[in-house]
Write a protein that binds this ligand. Structure first.
Ligand SMILES: NC(=O)c1ccc[n+]([C@@H]2O[C@H](COP(=O)([O-])OP(=O)(O)OC[C@H]3O[C@@H](n4cnc5c(N)ncnc54)[C@H](O)[C@@H]3O)[C@@H](O)[C@H]2O)c1
Length: 278
C-alpha cells in the first residue's frame, strides 16, 4: 500500500461521542471520506437527526449510524456496543469527543461569570462526568471490544490547546465590567483536557500488545461567529493569526484513525496554528 492508500479505513466502524456537535459531525465526514462507517453517539436527539440529515445529503448512499446515549451511563454505552456488534461484527475506532463545551459565542452553563473561588460543585461534577468519566466509560466498553478483536483498533481522545497551556483569562474579559461579572474559562476545561492526555498514555501502554493504539489530538479554537473583541485578543496569541476553520481537523483525524499512523501511540498531536509555541 502506498502512503495515500494507508489513509483509507474501508468498512471500519468508528464511534464518535458527541458526534452530533460541531466537530463531531466533521469527524464523521472524515470517517466517511476515508471509506469507514461513523457511529454518532450523542445525548441530544434533535442534534442527531439533524446530523444524520446533513451527512446523508452530503454523502448520499453512505452508511451513518446514529445512537442516542448518555456516555456517563455505562449501561447505555454497553447497549450501543451490542447494537453495533450485532449489526457489523466489529468496532474499529472510538473518538472521545463529547464535552460540556464552554462556548464564548453561546450561553453555555459553565461559561457564565463564575470565578474559580465560587465554581459550583455540581458544575464540576457534571463537566467531569461528561469530559472525563464519559471518555473513561467509552474506553472501557469499546476499547475492550477492540482489544479482544484480532483487528485491533484506535482510540482518539479530543483534548485541546488548553490541554497543553493554561487559558489566558485576559481574552475573555470585557471592558468596564467588575471582576465578579467577568467570564472566565472554567477550571474543569483545563482539568479535563489535561486529564485526557493522561488517559491517552495510560491506554496506549495498557493495550499496546492487543493492537489498540491511543492518541490525543489538541485542536485550537474553531471560528464559529465569536465576537470581534474576543477574536482580536485570541488571534493575537496565535502565530498563524486566525482561528481554525471547522474543516481543518478532518485530515488529521483521518490520519490518526488510519494505518497511516500505525507507529503512533501515546502521542499528543497539537494542531493549533502555533498558539502553544508562544
Ligand atoms: N470547538 C472548538 O473550538 C474546540 C477547540 C478545541 C477542542 N474542542 C473539543 O472538541 C470537542 C467537540 O467540540 P464541539 O465544539 O464540537 O462541541 P459541541 O458542544 O458542539 O458538541 C459536543 C456534543 O457532545 C454532546 N454531549 C454532551 N454531553 C453528552 C453526554 N453525556 N453523552 C453523549 N453526548 C453528550 C452534546 O450533545 C454535543 O452534541 C470537545 O471535546 C471540545 O472540548 C473544541
Amino acid at each position: 500500500m502506498n502512503a495515500v492508500e494507508r489513509l483509507m479505513i474501508p468498512g471500519r466502524v468508528v464511534i464518535i461521542t458527541g458526534g452530533a456537535g460541531l466537530l463531531g459531525r466533521k469527524h464523521a465526514e472524515a470517517v466517511i471520506e476515508g471509506g469507514g462507517i461513523p457511529a454518532l453517539l450523542d445525548i441530544a436527539d434533535e442534534y442527531l437527526s439533524r446530523a444524520r440529515e446533513t451527512l446523508s445529503e452530503k454523502y448520499p448512499g453512505k452508511k451513518v449510524e446514529c445512537q442516542k446515549a448518555d456516555i456517563t451511563d455505562r449501561q447505555q454505552v454497553e447497549t450501543v456496543g451490542n447494537v453495533l456488534l450485532e449489526k457489523y461484527g466489529h468496532i474499529d475506532g472510538l473518538i472521545n469527543n463529547a464535552a460540556n463545551n464552554p462556548k464564548v459565542e453561546g450561553t453555555s452553563e459553565n461559561m457564565k461569570p463564575i470565578r474559580f473561588e465560587n465554581f459550583p460543585m455540581y458544575m464540576w461534577m457534571n463537566d467531569l462526568a461528561v469530559g472525563l468519566t464519559g471518555a473513561f466509560v467509552c474506553s472501557q466498553v469499546f476499547g475492550a471490544i477492540m482489544a479482544e478483536n484480532k483487528r485491533g483498533g484506535v482510540i482518539l481522545n479530543i483534548s485541546s490547546d488548553l490541554g497543553i497551556i493554561a487559558p489566558d483569562q485576559r481574552i475573555y474579559r470585557r471592558e468596564g465590567l467588575p471582576d465578579d461579572e467577568q467570564t472566565v474559562k472554567p477550571v474543569t476545561y483545563s482539568v479535563i483536557k489535561h486529564g485526557l492526555i493522561g488517559l491517552t498514555k495510560y491506554l496506549a501502554t495498557y493495550w499496546a500488545e492487543r493492537g489498540v493504539r491511543a492518541n490525543a489530538l489538541c485542536p485550537g479554537g474553531v471560528f464559529n461567529g465569536q465576537n470581534d473583541e474576543f477574536l482580536t485578543k485570541l488571534t493575537n496569541l496565535i502565530p498563524l493569526g486566525r482561528m481554525a476553520n471547522v474543516d481543518e481537523y478532518k485530515s488529521t483525524v483521518l490520519y490518526m484513525l488510519s494505518d497511516a499512523s500505525s507507529y503512533m501511540t501515546g502521542s499528543t498531536l497539537i494542531v493549533d496554528g502555533g498558539r502553544t509555541c508562544w
